[in-house]
Design a binder for this molecule. Structure first.
Ligand code: NDP
Length: 213
C-alpha cells in the first residue's frame, strides 16, 4: 500500500521507538535490550508534553508491551493509555483490579484502525497519538502515520535481538530528515534541542522520519 492510500487522521499519529542500528532491532525476549535513563526520560517528556496545556496525548501499545511495563509504572501517568488485543471483542472490556484504580487512563481496543478513529474523533482532549510498541504494533502502523520519532542507537556491545522494525516498509514510506531543524520543530514544545547523546557504552541520536510525498 502506498502512502497515498493511507488513512488520514486529523491528529498526528507518531510511532516513537528506540532502535539498534543498522538493523532496527527493538527488543529481546519481551524486554528492551538496554537500559538508557536519558532515553527513557526523552520518551516520557515527548509523549507527555503538549502544546496545549488543556490537552494530553494518547499512547497506543500492544498487549505484550503493556505487560512488559512493571505494574507499579502502569498506566503511564499523564497520558491516555490504549492497549490493543485481538482476543477481546469489545472496545472496552473488563478491567483488572489494578487498572480500575486509574480507570480514566486506560482503554482497550481490538483493532489499531478502530482505536485511531476513536481517538481522532471522540477524544477532544487528545493532542497527539503516540504509538509506543512493540514490534507487531509498530509494523502495522506505518500507513496511518505522517512521521516517526526514531532514537538511532549504536554500540560496540554485542546485543541479542529478536524483535525488529520492518526496514523495507520504513524505507519505502519514509525518509530521514537531514536537517536537525525539522526534528527541533517537531519537538519544540519540549526542552530538547540537542539530538546526540552518549550514555555509557551507547551513542544515540534522536531523529525524525517524514512520510514521502
Ligand atoms: P506487542 O507489544 O506489539 O504486542 C503484541 C500483541 O498486541 C498481540 O499479541 C495482540 O494481542 C496485540 N495486537 C498487536 N497488533 C494488534 C492489532 N493490529 N489489533 C489488535 N491487537 C493487536 O508485541 P511484540 O512482541 O511485537 O513486541 C514486544 C517487544 O517490543 C518487546 O521486546 C519490547 O521490549 C519491545 N519494545 C521495544 C520498544 C523500543 O522502543 N525499542 C518499545 C516498545 C516495545 P493479543 O495476543 O492479546 O491478541
Amino acid at each position: 500500500m502506498s502512502s497515498s492510500t493511507s488513512l488520514k487522521f486529523s491528529k498526528p499519529v507518531v510511532p516513537i521507538v528506540a532502535c539498534l542500528m543498522p538493523e532496527f532491532g527493538i527488543g529481546f525476549k519481551g524486554k528492551l535490550p538496554w537500559r538508557l535513563k536519558q532515553e527513557m526520560k526523552y520518551f516520557k517528556d515527548i509523549t507527555t508534553k503538549t502544546l496545549d496545556s488543556n490537552k494530553r496525548n494518547a499512547v497506543l501499545m500492544g498487549r505484550k508491551t503493556w505487560l512488559s511495563i512493571p505494574p507499579k509504572f502502569r498506566p503511564l501517568p499523564g497520558r491516555l493509555n490504549v492497549v490493543l488485543s485481538r482476543s477481546n471483542p469489545e472496545w472496552e472490556f473488563t478491567q483488572t483490579e489494578e487498572e480500575e484504580k486509574d480507570e480514566k487512563n486506560v482503554v482497550h481496543a481490538n483493532s489499531i484502525e478502530f482505536a485511531l478513529k476513536k481517538l481522532d474523533t471522540e477524544y477532544d482532549d487528545i493532542e497527539r497519538i503516540y504509538i509506543i510498541g512493540g514490534g507487531e504494533v509498530y509494523n502495522s502502523s506505518y500507513n496511518y502515520c505522517s512521521h516517526l520519532l526514531v532514537t538511532e542507537i549504536n554500540t560496540e556491545k554485542a546485543l541479542q535481538m529478536d524483535t525488529f522494525l520492518d526496514t523495507n516498509k520504513i524505507n519505502e514510506l519514509f525518509e530521514k530528515s537531514d536537517d536537525l531543524k525539522d526534528w527541533q520543530k517537531f519537538v519544540s514544545h519540549t526542552p530538547y534541542t540537542e539530538n546526540k547523546v552518549t550514555e555509557g557504552e551507547y551513542n544515540y541520536s534522536y531523529q525524525l522520519y517524514t512520510k514521502k510525498k
